[in-house]
Design a protein around this ligand. Structure first.
Ligand code: NAD
Length: 422
């Protein structure tokens, strides 16, 4: 994954005037941490989980990035995600570098109390390497605001202080920002409005399929539904549902949330009765206007890219499209709004949370939404303009734009041209 992520960036080298020093600097992560987290289980036994934190580049500021709980988490995945965070933060012009963390765990096999012990244990293991001015974690897949609250509390216990700015995505009552929970989905929605405008398409009646009905998938679905899009398919890890006349995301969420309260609340979509079912593979290949992968990486690959029928793909998940698939989609003329642009609303509001925590002054929801909307719309237009001018894909254009910002920071400390000229 990491090598494939770097290849995406290297394509942008052909369209940016950056020094060899920058290319050298961006080859490797700055700091890689692997930890073992012992957790006492409810039955008295002990389990040890592998955890990671990778800080990729901090030239533009303290590093920032989420923490993922998933059974497929490994060092390669976390490094790729930290690499993407570096460019995502630069693209949104946030004063942060990129990082990511993760624990290799299937949370469905743990009780809530075991998840709390695991989360606190992870902070015990990495506390010396994070902090408000060093590296600031946030939520990602299978982590939520309650988990961030436990982590923030554990950090404060270790450091014998109150440092809310050390972790973002906390509950609002513990210093979280209004609008953070829905921020990634909301940011993606603002991006879609711009993309639809740029391509001369209509929002009302636009047909949409969304893979992944978690935090990101649900929130983007809700906002799109409210503005008149027709969401014909939704899915989760177990499969999807389809309705030609359109699905109401709020009604569906209420039904599955009410049905059960598992570790993260809710049943699978496939448990809904009287609903046409489809697989995740079938969902990706539906004839829709907009396809939104909002689950895992590597979903659109060299094997299925040719079968994709959407006009626009908006990557709300990180890395859902492989390098091979990307060139197939480009040849088909499909606009792919890349992850580092599409899902940057989350880290942008995390940045707002950090600013509010540091200044101990809290903003209204309107203020948060107004500011995130402005950043998302501006950066979409910047990337779109580069892609039109240079006749390159939105992904390469996004890397050109972000790379220029990262490069400027690296180069302002001196380049080999500068040092050898005198
Ligand atoms: P989440 O845990 O809330 O939801 C994940 C959803 O994906 C669930 O519906 C789950 O059932 C589904 N899923 C898991 N494995 C799947 C599979 N193999 N096939 C289909 N569906 C599957 O996670 P989230 O926070 O919504 O994150 C989703 C994606 O968005 C991830 O790639 C994450 O890195 C990215 N992202 C999240 C944020 C954020 O703020 N939460 C920010 C930026 C990017």
């Amino acid at each position: 994954m990491f090598e494939s992520a770097k290849r995406q960036m290297e394509l942008a080298y052909n369209y940016s005037k950056i020094s060899e020093d920058v290319k050298e600097k961006l080859k490797y992560p700055k700091r890689v941490l692997q930890v073992a987290i012992p957790v006492r289980r409810d039955n008295g036994s002990l389990s040890v989980f592998k955890g990671y934190r990778v800080q990729y580049d901090d030239t533009r500021g303290p590093t920032k990035g989420g923490i993922r709980y998933h059974q497929s988490v490994d060092l390669d995945e976390v490094t790729a995600l930290a690499f993407w965070m570096t460019f995502k933060c630069a693209l949104a012009n946030l004063p942060f570098g990129g990082a990511k963390g993760g624990i290799c765990v299937n949370t469905k096999e743990l009780s809530l109390l075991e998840i709390e012990r695991l989360s606190r244990g992870y902070i015990d293991a990495i506390a010396d390497f994070i902090g408000p001015d060093i590296d600031i974690p946030a939520p990602d897949m299978y982590t939520n605001s309650m988990i961030m609250g436990w982590m923030s509390d554990q950090y404060d216990i270790i450091k014998r202080t109150k440092a809310p700015a050390a972790i973002t995505g906390k509950p609002v009552s513990l210093g979280g920002s209004l609008g953070r929970t829905e921020a990634t989905g909301r940011g993606g929605y603002y991006i879609i409005r711009e993309a639809v405008k740029a391509l001369g398409m209509k929002m009302k009646g636009g047909v949409v399929a969304i893979q992944g009905f978690g935090n990101v998938g649900y929130n983007i679905a809700r906002l799109m539904y409210e503005s008149g899009f027709k969401i014909v398919a939704l899915s989760d890890v177990e499969g999807g549902i389809y309705k030609e006349e359109g699905l109401n995301p709020d009604e569906i969420k209420m039904t599955i949330d009410k049905a059960d309260a598992g570790a993260y609340g809710g049943k699978s979509l496939v448990s809904l009765k009287n609903m046409k079912k489809l697989t995740n593979t079938e969902l990706l290949e539906l004839p829709v206007d907009i396809l939104i992968p909002a689950a895992l990486e590597n979903q659109i690959t060299g094997k299925n890219a040719d079968k994709i029928q959407a006009k626009i793909i908006v990557e709300m998940a990180n890395g859902p499209t492989t390098f091979e698939a990307d060139s197939i989609l480009n040849k088909k003329g499909i606009m792919v709004v890349p992850d580092i642009l599409a899902n940057s609303g989350g880290v942008t509001v995390s940045y707002f949370e950090w600013v509010q925590n540091k200044s101990a002054y809290y903003w209204s929801l309107d203020e948060v939404n107004r500011r995130v909307k402005a950043i998302m719309a501006d950066e979409f237009r910047n990337v779109y303009q580069i892609s039109q001018e240079k006749k390159i894909s939105m992904r390469t254009a996004a890397y050109v734009h972000a790379l220029n910002r990262v490069a400027q920071a690296i180069e302002s400390k001196g380049t080999r041209e500068y040092f050898t000229s005198r």
